[in-house]
Design a protein around this ligand. Structure first.
Ligand code: OGA
Ligand code: MN
Length: 302
């Protein structure tokens, strides 16, 4: 099976002249070659942005030159910094989050666990997220993504009609119950080394968003639904909404809609939260993993 015709992956056809793309999987994801991110040109950036919307997730290898300042500068080319609901950022860089799991840390729930789109419980969830890898375990710690535009497109026309006008309640209730599980008191908010400084009440209240959202740049529709934050559907009872959300959440992460990245140190990964879901793996106890994370402010989904 092929989801897209061969020309979908053709750099010349896509106008990628200043970069080279190497698809990671049939459904989504691509490595970008010939770019030194710390010294990216305007022409390259325009094509990188287009490649991101095309492939949903893109990555660059061997970006040893890249500093935190470079990542901030690249993030700002996409738009303003997004506000992270979970952390305050690091000293001197309030818009940069450091994701660390130490070798000695053993937790049931890691940052990014469970299929999700970033912070959809906010009125304006981040449009784009970026991770730069500093320390990577020798095995494990991969990240998975899933293409929610493809997931929407491959629904039957009847199902598309059924869900067209529905609004999904996005809330952090279930995720926070996992973060808090086994902790002696509710205010001990941490995931391993990562101190969480968030407004839990607001995150649980969450927000209602269109279940089918339209990308502000490409105009393409995608399924805005995950198995971590999608808690209900406006106007429906839980008995009614749960089976539908369970189906859509499973469907959105069907194996062949995925790509999976085996990290190396000094990679930079960028993904579009409006067109894909992602998930971290908690399978590298005994090894350290460290990422530098930034997010781009998003629009209110329509
Ligand atoms: C994130 C996230 C996944 C990972 O940064 O939003 O979900 O594998 N990360 O670290
Ligand atoms: Mn995430």
């Amino acid at each position: 099976m092929q989801f897209y015709p061969p020309e979908y992956y053709d750099d010349a056809r896509n106008g990628f002249t200043a970069i080279k793309t190497v698809p990671l999987a049939s459904a989504m994801g691509a490595e970008i070659l010939n770019v030194d991110v710390a010294n990216i040109t305007d022409e390259q950036f325009t094509q990188v942005e287009k490649a991101l919307y095309h492939y949903k997730m893109i990555f660059f290898r061997n970006q040893q030159n890249m500093t935190i300042d470079d990542q901030e500068a690249l993030t700002l080319r996409f738009g303003d910094f997004g506000t992270d609901a979970y952390t305050d950022g690091i000293e001197g860089h309030p818009n940069v989050q450091r994701l660390i799991k130490e070798a000695s840390t053993v937790v049931d729930w890691i940052f990014g666990d469970g299929w999700h789109t970033d912070s959809p419980f906010m009125e304006q969830p981040p449009a784009v997220s970026m991770l730069q890898s500093l320390d990577i375990p020798p095995y494990g710690g991969d990240t998975w993504w899933s293409n929610t535009e493809l997931a929407y497109n491959l629904l039957s026309e009847k199902m598309k009609d059924v869900i067209a006008d529905l609004r999904v309640h996005m809330s952090a209730a279930w995720v926070l119950s996992n973060v808090n599980k086994g902790k002696p008191k509710l205010n001990d908010l941490s995931v391993g080394e990562i101190e969480l400084t968030m407004n839990q009440k607001k995150m649980v209240e969450g927000w209602f968003h269109p279940l089918v959202r339209t990308h502000p740049v490409t105009g393409n529709k995608s399924l805005f639904c995950d198995t971590s934050y999608s808690m209900g559907i406006e106007g429906m009872t839980q008995d009614e909404s749960r089976p539908l959300l369970d189906f859509l959440g499973e469907w959105a992460t069907r194996e062949d809609f995925n790509c999976r990245l085996r990290w190396e140190p000094h990679m930079l990964v960028i993904w579009d939260n409006r067109q894909c879901l992602h998930k971290a793996f908690n399978d590298y106890d005994g090894y350290r993993r460290e990422m530098i994370r930034t997010i781009v402010n998003g629009e209110t989904p329509v």
